[in-house]
Design a protein around this ligand. Structure first.
Ligand SMILES: [Zn+2]
Ligand SMILES: [Zn+2]
Length: 489
């Protein structure tokens, strides 16, 4: 059926930056774009004077966790332990287990995690998991502790709180033990949240960041039933498995280092407030060289989590080696890419690497009294989230929320990119839009069907109630979301 979308401004993002007045679609594809509104036989869809951009794409999410935790308890709603325990006591079970997330002990009156005995009292006989806000530590009850197969990694002196490897084992065990119905329920919920946040396509990481691709196959088969498009990443180190799954890419938040919040992000000079700490490189250079080279030679796009300059430099070296030996346009991803020197940005350009960055990290941790400044000092804080410098170098730069870490919300992500604390690193509004449209499409090799409003492109639109300008407001509403010609919001 032909549909004529009209009464709106359509930002084509084509070379001449044409703004159309109406767009004709058929079977989910744009078949014509018009200046003015033609008199033709088609179902007319009035977009109420909205400002229409190509469907927004978030290029880095953990949608399963995001969806799952949206069904679970939001621990940030409690400001003391007693309130948290009350919230937990009323929590719904998901697949026979209780999940809570977004916990930050710094925002709790007692400045601590709940005690094991407090948790065991309310949850004596089924598994319970509370995740810290950064995902790098968690709390479980004794029942879960007994059930988990620890192998040689059994925690010594277990008191409920677990970090690093133990944290990973725990998250993996809980995710592994969910039934298919709950997993699909999590993705359905994630799709609903993505639409509400203004997205028509979402890149999502699936796997335990080790060797288990978890429910990749289940979702790969099921994704056609979801209202938005999912671009899946087998978040594993097993190249044979990624190829067997038919994936064009491998990785995601497979870790080169940890996070600034837990002082595990690997940096070349010590932390400003912890002069003996420089973070942790989780793997050796030779490990990454071998992994990247093998993936590269098999035409897999590689994606790796790297936050501190030492970790980014390590991953860059592996990408450089593979690219020099065998040049390709795979745009291997440095995910997060937070602390960058000029020299490293230069190297990224030469090695044709992409930067998949989170403008919202600056919103959360940038600025004068921000966390970056506290842990890195002023000079290095200014070298965090360098969107403009990277954009100006013609490096493929895309935006992602890292949801569930930050909100899946197109307006907020755009606003953060346009208003980076360091004025030198701010993007213009049109550059910020590119991150989530044209550039995102290029990242997944979908430039011929996504990222523009143009003939023969997919009819994916994100409609805002006002124009995306440099004075764009943080609370600008998403008025409509259209995927393959279907009005979803
Ligand atoms: Zn991530
Ligand atoms: Zn990550």
């Amino acid at each position: 059926m032909k549909k004529l979308f009209h009464n709106a401004k359509f930002y084509s993002l084509d070379k001449s930056k044409t703004i159309f007045d109406s767009v004709l679609t058929e079977d989910g594809i744009i078949i014509d774009c018009f200046l003015g509104t033609p008199k033709i036989v088609a179902k007319k869809i009035d977009l109420n004077r909205s400002f229409v951009y190509p469907g927004f794409i978030d290029t880095h999410t953990h949608s399963f966790e995001g969806g799952l935790y949206s069904l679970a308890v939001d621990a940030s709603k409690a400001d003391k332990i007693a309130d948290l325990l009350d919230l937990l006591a009323e929590a719904p079970k998901i697949g026979g287990m209780i999940f809570a997330y977004n916990f930050d002990e710094n925002n709790i009156l007692e400045q601590r995690f709940p005690l094991l005995k407090e948790i065991d009292k309310i949850f004596p006989d089924f598994p319970f998991l509370l995740r810290r806000i950064d995902g790098h530590s968690c709390l479980i009850n004794s029942f879960a502790f007994e059930k988990i197969t620890w192998g040689k990694n059994i925690p010594i002196g277990f008191d409920g709180v677990l970090r690093k490897t133990h944290n990973d084992i725990v998250a993996h065990w809980f995710h592994r033990n969910l039934d298919n119905e709950s997993i699909i329920q999590a993705y359905e919920k994630a799709a609903t949240i993505a639409i509400e946040g203004g997205f028509t396509t979402i890149h999502t990481m699936i796997g335990d960041a080790d060797n288990d691709a978890l429910h990749f196959e289940l979702i790969n088969n099921y994704k056609k039933n979801l209202p938005i498009e999912y671009i899946l990443y087998p978040q594993i180190f097993n190249i044979g498995k990624a190829l067997e799954l038919g994936s064009n890419r491998i990785g995601g938040c497979i870790l080169a280092d940890g996070s600034f919040g837990s002082y595990t992000a690997a940096i070349s000079k010590p932390y400003a407030n912890k002069p003996t700490e420089k973070g942790i490189l989780y793997q050796s250079q030779s490990f990454w060289n071998k992994f990247v080279e093998e993936a590269h030679n098999n035409d897999l796009q590689v994606a790796i989590h790297a936050i501190g300059d030492a970790a980014i430099s390590q991953i860059l070296s592996a990408y450089e080696k593979a690219q020099v030996k065998n040049p390709k346009n795979l745009y291997h991803q440095i995910i997060h890419n937070e602390l960058n020197t000029d020299d490293m940005i230069e190297r990224m350009q030469v090695a044709k690497v992409s930067a998949v960055m989170q403008p919202m990290f600056d919103r959360l941790w940038g600025g004068k009294n921000g966390f970056y400044r506290k842990v890195l000092g002023n000079d290095r804080a200014k070298k965090c989230n360098r969107l403009r410098t990277i954009y100006n170098k013609n490096i493929l730069l895309t935006g992602g929320s890292d949801w569930y870490i930050t909100e899946l919300n197109a307006t907020k992500e755009l606003h953060a990119a346009i208003n980076i604390h360091n004025e030198n690193e701010r993007l213009s509004s049109s550059q910020a839009v590119e991150l989530f449209t044209i550039n995102a499409a290029k990242l997944s090799n979908d430039s011929s069907r996504l990222g523009k409003i143009q003939k023969n492109y997919q009819a994916d639109f994100t409609c805002f109630e006002s124009e995306i300008s440099d004075s764009f407001k943080e609370n600008t509403k998403i008025s409509h979301v259209i995927k393959k010609g279907i009005l979803l919001k």
